[in-house]
Design a protein around this ligand. Structure first.
Ligand code: PXP
Length: 240
């Protein structure tokens, strides 16, 4: 069994560039169209509570004007929950969020947020939204995710991406392989993301059970030099 990989393109950092100068460009919706034409399977956006990149206006616009399946990353803030339940993206990925972090630093502590998660999972699934949890790759988190009845776990690949020695990277890779196998055996769809780039993604894509790779920063960075269409196509080539 080897699942053919899908690519979710995270376009948050198109909005980062816009917000850096408070301009009206570059327009994330335009990036969504380019990613779609290049063959991306999903679009990912993360409206953070501090609105540092994606704005609520972007979420509504992209949902209305782009037909790619939408994966909305979000923390469990009431305001953002309301947006998700209103727009009903195909998928919602629950992530931890801290104002002071540069990017999502770790997986969700589902043990600590169980009650709020329970409530959200019921509401979202009743609206046909698939719920994903962005978690670290330990068995206990995977088991609890399964018990909560979510559809998907997204395994945090940040530790793999940041490993300094080959030995460390190989060890984390083996752990991710085990975690993917275990999650899949529990009936969960397994996604992966964070810190993936053009040199390390092929290794993660070799894990049979992984379904979707959600990648942002590396694709938008490469787009600066080769254009977004080419950057998406290059990543698609790598994961196929
Ligand atoms: N998946 C999740 C859940 C994330 O929070 C992020 C970062 O927003 C990504 C994937 C993409 O990470 P990167 O920008 O490092 O590719």
């Amino acid at each position: 069994m080897f699942i053919k990989k899908k690519l979710g393109v995270n376009i948050d950092h198109v909005a980062t560039l816009r917000q850096a100068r408070g301009t009206t460009y570059p327009e994330p919706l335009q990036a969504a169209y380019i990613a779609q034409n290049a063959g991306a399977h999903n679009l990912t956006i993360h409206p953070r509570e501090d609105q540092r990149h994606i704005q609520k206006r972007d979420v509504y616009l992209i949902r209305e004007a782009c037909s790619l399946p939408l994966n909305m990353e979000m923390a469990l803030y009431d305001d953002i929950i309301n947006v998700a339940l209103d727009l009903c993206p195909e998928e919602v990925c629950i992530v931890p969020e801290k104002r002071e972090e540069l990017t999502t630093e770790g997986g969700l502590d589902i043990f600590a947020s169980q009650d709020k998660l329970d409530d959200f999972v019921i509401k979202a699934q009743s609206r046909n939204i698939k719920v994903s949890l962005f978690i670290n790759h330990d068995d206990s988190s995977i088991k609890l995710a399964s018990e909560l009845g979510v559809d998907i776990v997204e395994l945090h690949t940040g530790g793999f991406a940041d490993a300094i020695t080959d030995q460390d990277q190989e060890r984390i890779f083996e752990e991710l392989k085990h975690a993917s196998h275990y999650a899949h055996s529990l009936g969960l769809q397994v996604n992966a993301g964070h810190g993936l780039h053009y040199e390390n993604t092929a290794m993660i894509a070799s894990i049979p059970e992984i379904h979707t790779l959600n990648i942002g920063h590396a694709i938008i960075s490469r787009a600066v030099f080769v254009g977004l269409d080419r950057a998406v196509r290059d990543m698609l080539h790598l994961i196929s």
